[in-house]
Design a protein around this ligand. Structure first.
Ligand code: BV8
Ligand code: ZN
Length: 248
């Protein structure tokens, strides 16, 4: 990755008062959690678009829960990586900081970030299909599939947003307001395929924000953004602090 772009990005991040971060599965890849697409994705034989849907769940809730239980078993073993911790540093240093994540693994919370919008939900939360009760359940592996609601005993689902499900307007509004108020937006480890997250970078560009992408590959947004840093987020994000006073 070229030093010049990294230096430019470091300056922009350093001088920004208000920053928004949008993360995808790529930021958790170095923690050992497989991404969705691309050759290292674990789900080669399963397209997320075919199983992470209300239709798949209605057809065979046990099969869908087996997939989530498998992912929970992978995630529980994973540790946040330097990329996650660099975002905690950033939040501690910035006046305005919002972390929008598409990830449901909960690693941003575990690493210590506070102002997080989990726009696709959280794999550790169950939601009752009958009474709507939402609660955290960290049991791994799950003894009963599908799990029963702790309150009413009916079947639960993962409290995540599936394909063709609406993301609550309050969540979208919070993302739009954060982007509207920021000077700089970092887009980290997302293939830019899934809407509405994929359009957020463009929204920032259109409203005059400096958008910096960090990814191993190019994405549909690469040509539009102010800077595109090619490399691992776990190596690039900490670079933003290597030369900052007071950061050791
Ligand atoms: C909605 C939760 C209104 C569940 C997820 C046709 C065209 C356009 C849009 C649509 C369409 N048809 C339908 C739609 C809408 C649909 C959509 O976008 N479909 C896509 C697939 C075409 N969106 C929706 O349905 C959304 N709701 O729009 O409501 C509506 C209602 C009804 C009908 C229509 C519209 C809801 C979407 C939410 C889906 N839920 N997750 C779960 O996880 O089980 S999405 C899922 O994909 C994950 O959340 C994941 O985060 C997300 C996005 O993937 P990425 O995070 O980008 O991961 P990916 O593997 O793709 O990429 C990883 C990247 O990291 C790569 O670029 C790689 O190079 C990079 N990388 C890897 N390692 C590293 C790295 N980078 C840096 N460092 C590294 N070390
Ligand atoms: Zn219930």
């Amino acid at each position: 990755m070229d030093k010049e772009s990294l230096e430019q990005a470091r300056e922009l991040v350093e001088n920004a008062n208000n920053i928004v971060i949008l993360t995808g599965a790529g930021i958790s890849a170095e923690s050992g959690i497989p991404t969705f697409r691309g050759d290292q994705g674990l789900w080669k034989d399963i397209r997320p678009e075919d199983i992470a849907t209300p239709e798949a769940f209605a057809k065979d809730p046990k099969f869908v829960w087996e997939w989530y239980d498998l992912r929970r078993q992978t995630i529980i073993e994973a540790e946040p990586n330097p990329g996650h911790y660099a975002l905690v540093e950033l939040e501690n240093k910035k006046e305005g900081f919002t972390l929008i994540t598409q990830n449901i693994d909960g690693l941003h919370k575990r690493s210590g970030n506070k102002n997080i919008i989990e726009m696709h939900g959280n794999i550790w939360q169950m939601r009752c299909t009958k009474c709507g009760h939402i609660y955290f359940d960290y049991e791994v592996p799950l003894k009963q599939l599908p799990p029963s609601c702790k309150k009413c005993g009916e079947m639960t689902r993962p409290n995540v947003v599936w394909f063709n499900e609406i993301i609550p307007m309050s969540t979208i509004d919070a993302c739009v307001i954060a982007i509207d108020n920021c000077d700089v937006m970092l887009i980290v480890g997302t293939s830019g395929v899934v809407e509405p997250a994929a359009s957020m970078g463009l929204m920032a560009v259109r409203t005059g924000k400096k958008v910096i992408e960090i990814n191993l590959d190019t994405t549909p947004g690469t040509g539009l953004y102010h800077l595109s840093l090619r490399g691992k987020s776990g190596e690039i994000l900490p670079e933003f602090y290597k030369h900052t006073k007071g950061y050791n």
